[in-house]
Write a protein that binds this ligand. Structure first.
Ligand SMILES: [Zn+2]
Length: 114
């Protein structure tokens, strides 16, 4: 459970930005979350719901989470496939020599002022 730490990180980052841009209220924050990142969206939302009300800047902010589907690429045949379905084994040539192309993201994509 490191979601609370990440929520604190996001809140700090947004508060910092708001200070630089003289924003007094944030309408919404959009996060990009990789499908196989270690962050559990529901836990993250729970931590968010608990934390953001303590901040004047963020108490009315809506949290949006966009999930990025995980994609793995095969080193042997060069094809890509959905990671969650086939894990580390390439469904095209059965190679194990594969690596994650995307799906491990944790990004603040968008911050919308009121
Ligand atoms: Zn392959």
């Amino acid at each position: 459970m490191h979601e609370l730490g990440l929520v604190v990180y996001v809140i700090d980052a947004v508060e910092q930005l708001a200070k630089e841009k003289n924003l007094t209220e944030i309408g919404s924050i959009t996060l990009e979350l990789g499908e196989v990142s270690s962050v559990v969206p529901d836990y993250f939302k729970d931590c968010w719901n608990y934390s953001h009300k303590k901040s004047d800047l963020l108490k009315n902010t809506e949290l949006k989470i966009e999930i990025i589907p995980a994609l793995t690429v095969c080193s042997d045949c060069g094809k890509t496939y959905p990671t969650v379905e086939f894990k580390k084994k390439c469904p095209h040539c059965s190679s194990d020599d594969t690596y994650l192309l995307r799906g491990n993201e944790f990004n603040i994509k968008e911050i919308e002022a009121c």
